[in-house]
Structure formats: C-alpha cells, structure tokens
Design a protein around this ligand. Structure first.
Ligand code: MLT
Length: 327
C-alpha cells in the first residue's frame, strides 16, 4: 500500500515537472543540439573563439553545440542569419568589434542592428591586432613598413575578411594613420588571407594575434607591430605601434556571444552563466593564453558587460571610421 502511494506521488511530481517544462521550455533548455554561427571562414580568430564557446556550452549544458561557418560580406551574412533565427537559444552567434560595431559605419544597408536585434550573452576575450606581412615583404618592422608603404602605396595589397570585419577595420585605421590608400583585397576570413600571404600573393594583414602567431613563430610570415600599448608576451621582439611611430594605432577587438532578440531571459541567463564559468576552466584559460588572447575579467563578462561594450565601441568607432573611409 505504502509503495503504491509513493509510486502515485512520484508519478504526480514527474507529471507536474514535465507539464512545467512543457509550459516553460526555458526550464528544460537545452533539449536538443544547438548551433554557434561563426560569420567567417574556418580556421581564423573568430572561428577558433566560436569553437571554444561551442565546447563550453556543450560541456556545461549537456547538449552538443556545433559551429556553422557562414562567411561573406565582412561577417554581415552570418550575423544577419543569426539575427533572423528563432529566438529559442538553439542558434547563437559569435560577434566582435567588426560585426557588432564597425559594420554600422562601414557596411551600407546593414540588415541588422547590433543593439536592438540581439540579446547579448557575454564577453569572452580581447585579441590584440598584429600587423603581419608576407615573408618576402621588403620591411622588417613598423618603421620600415611605414617608409616603404608611403613610397609604394599604389603597389600594395592589403588583404582582409570583408568590409566591416576586424581585419578590414584595423588596416583601414592603420592606412589612415600612415596617410596611404592601398588596394584592399577581400576574403571570407583571415584564414584564407594567411594562405594567400604564405603564397606571397598579398602583402599585409591586420589580424588578431590568434591567426598569424603560429606563422610568425614558424618564420613564414613577418610581424611588423602589435597594436597595443605594451609588447605582447607571445611576441616579445615585435615593437608596439608607438615604438614604430604610430601611437594612435591601437586595436584589441572584443569577442562575445549573442542570441537573437527575444530569446527568453532564463535561457540568456543559463548561457551567460555557462560561458562565464567555462572561461574560468583552467584548460580554457590556458588555451586562450597560448593563443595570445586576453580573457575578459569576470565582472565584465555577463550580458550587461557585452551590451555596454557594443554601445561604447559603436560610439568610439563610428566617427573615426566615417572619417577614415571618407579620406
Ligand atoms: C577571421 O576570424 O577570419 C577574421 O579575423 C575576421 C575578421 O577580420 O573580423
């Protein structure tokens, strides 16, 4: 008798829990695999970062999150796809200083609004930009690069991941600081850019350190400078922009995860907590350190931190980029 009463009680509780999960899907989330869109080609800094986020979510939430690379239009194609996806927590996107700030000033008819079309999940990292050239380029540091570029601007090919991307934006600002205009060659990401540089087909790139670092270490690409105030521990012999005579050229773009606008708050909170905790995992921290990225401080990692970063980068970059592209 006691056993059957217990069985009835348990069945009732299970029924209530399942009914609750049905009326409140956020409670049960995630019940199926999810996607993290990376709006650039596989193998570059955005892809590496998006894959780390997908691994963090898979491990923390018990469902597989896979990366889908949707390159094109400087990140706008994949980011627009994410903005229009169902706001159910199963489609997320990796966004950065390009897709969620610079693109507003640089991309005509941008089909999404980085502030109103997304629920920010959290900040992951900043990634110092390195100015790198093909191995055979006739300069060995930023000072020599500037001298050579001023004399030969019309012959130079700058390669980038599309108008509005981090690599485009950073090199646009570099060119503006130097006072030159060069040919700008678009790719779907900087992984294919680096392949073209290894083949000596294009001259230079402004890429977050995650991309060129292994090639610089291997001696197959050359680092001209790192666009931060201090030298980077991974490239101790590479001068900063200021050391190279361009103190105004600073670039360390942010990387974060966004969900489409309207994603339930409980799901946003779950993803945000999982992302922040995942970044504390020593394996993840060590991986980012090895790659040269700087993990965002815990206090700034949440949705509010990412929302504030997007707004402040929009305000900072929009006038500078309009001026630089009008030059
Ligand atoms: C990449 O990850 O392919 C590029 O760094 C993207 C970008 O330049 O924004």
């Amino acid at each position: 008798m006691k056993t059957s009463l217990l069985a009835i009680a348990l069945a009732t509780l299970a029924g209530i829990a399942s009914a609750h999960a049905q009326t409140n899907p956020a409670q049960a989330y995630p019940t199926r695999p999810g996607v993290v869109i990376v709006p650039f080609a596989a193998g570059g800094p955005a892809d590496i970062t998006g894959r780390i986020a997908a691994e963090i979510f898979s491990k923390a939430l018990g469902q597989q999150f896979v990366v889908e690379n949707i390159g094109g239009a400087g990140g706008a194609t994949g980011t627009t796809r994410a903005a229009r996806a169902a706001p159910d927590g199963y489609t997320l996107t990796l966004g950065h200083m390009g897709t969620h700030a610079a693109a507003v000033a640089l991309t005509p008819n941008l089909a999404y609004n980085p502030v109103t079309d997304f629920e920010p999940i959290g900040l992951m990292s900043t990634q110092p930009v390195v100015v790198a050239t093909r191995k055979g380029f006739p300069a060995n540091n930023l000072k020599e690069f500037v001298t050579y570029a001023k004399a030969n601007a019309s012959k130079l090919n700058m390669a980038h991941a599309g108008v509005g991307s981090v690599s485009y934006t950073s090199c646009l600002l570099l060119n503006h600081e130097i006072g030159i205009k060069t040919t700008m060659v678009p790719f779907t990401g900087t992984a294919p850019v680096l392949n073209a540089m290894l083949g000596e087909q294009v001259d230079y790139v402004c890429d977050p350190i995650l991309g060129p670092l292994p090639h610089i270490r291997a001696g197959t690409l050359k680092a001209m400078s790192v666009a931060t105030e201090k030298r980077h521990p991974a490239l101790p012999d590479t001068p900063t922009s200021a050391e190279g005579g361009l103190p105004g050229f600073q670039a360390a773009p942010f990387y974060g995860i966004f969900a489409p606008k309207g994603t339930p708050q409980a799901i946003v909170d779950k993803l945000s907590a999982a992302l922040s905790a995942g970044l504390d995992d020593p394996v993840v921290a060590n991986r980012f350190a090895t790659l040269g990225a700087v993990i965002t401080d815990k206090k700034d990692r949440d949705s509010k931190g990412l929302a504030a970063m997007v707004k402040s980068e929009l305000a900072r970059l929009t006038p500078i980029l309009k001026a630089a592209s009008a030059q």
